[in-house]
Design a protein around this ligand. Sequence first.
Ligand SMILES: Cc1ncc(C[n+]2csc(CCOP(=O)(O)OP(=O)(O)O)c2C)c(N)n1
Ligand SMILES: [Mg+2]
Length: 240
Amino acid sequence: MGCTCRRIALSDPGIPSYAQIVGAVNELSGPSDYVMTASGGLPGELVGGWRAVGGAPTIDVEYGFSCMGYEIAGAWGAAMAQRDRAVTTLLGDGAYLTSNSELFSAAFAGHPFVAVVCDNDGSAVIARLQQNQGCAAFDNFYANCLTTRQSPPRVDFAGHAAALGRSVLTAHDVDEFGDALVQARAAAKAGAHTAVVVVRTQPSTWTETGAWWELGVPPELPGRADYDEEKPRQVRYVRR
Ligand SMILES: Cc1ncc(C[n+]2csc(CCOP(=O)(O)OP(=O)(O)O)c2C)c(N)n1
Ligand SMILES: [Mg+2]
């Protein structure tokens, strides 16, 4: 596919970053495509990385609550409401584990969509928040769960989605991902069924968007100094 992914410093050439996934979806989407997400690191990456130029569609981000698990159910709703558009939903491994059963239910309804599951071994965005506040990293990636350090659990997301009766494609780099997305969209269109693309993604490569997210920080943590500096710059909406 030859994805250029201009906005992103290429990291490990093997495993794609979220930004590279967003760049690939962006390049492969046209006006009739509808791309959405809700939780984890993907909302920031999609908002920061998407370029709605050249007839590309706008995106839909459930940013009100950034609710894990919205992604698949929401995609079904979007596919139901917009039968003439191809829906692609992007979600993390944690969001997939939160809610995935509509992959099965949607099979009966005949509202196809494509779910892109980005597996980065855990709650990467929470690990980033944890460490940015000056905490030691623990309990966000499967590999550093305090209770299971010796044998971190791994989920076979492709096997799980296949067990729910879905067409599944796996990708190991950004070019394979582009090919898989094209095939998944074709499979969804032809079969009126949902297709799933599973791709391993980088756990700690992020696009710096410059946005500040207010998160209470206890005074004992080193991150408190940044909080005190940024907080006064926050723009407030004042109801008149
Ligand atoms: C229902 C719900 N519970 C908890 C959270 C808080 N939360 C935000 S992101 C996240 C982890 C998401 O993990 P994953 O889907 O793998 O995305 P990643 O952080 O790896 O990008 C959590 C626990 C949330 N947004 N929604
Ligand atoms: Mg994750």
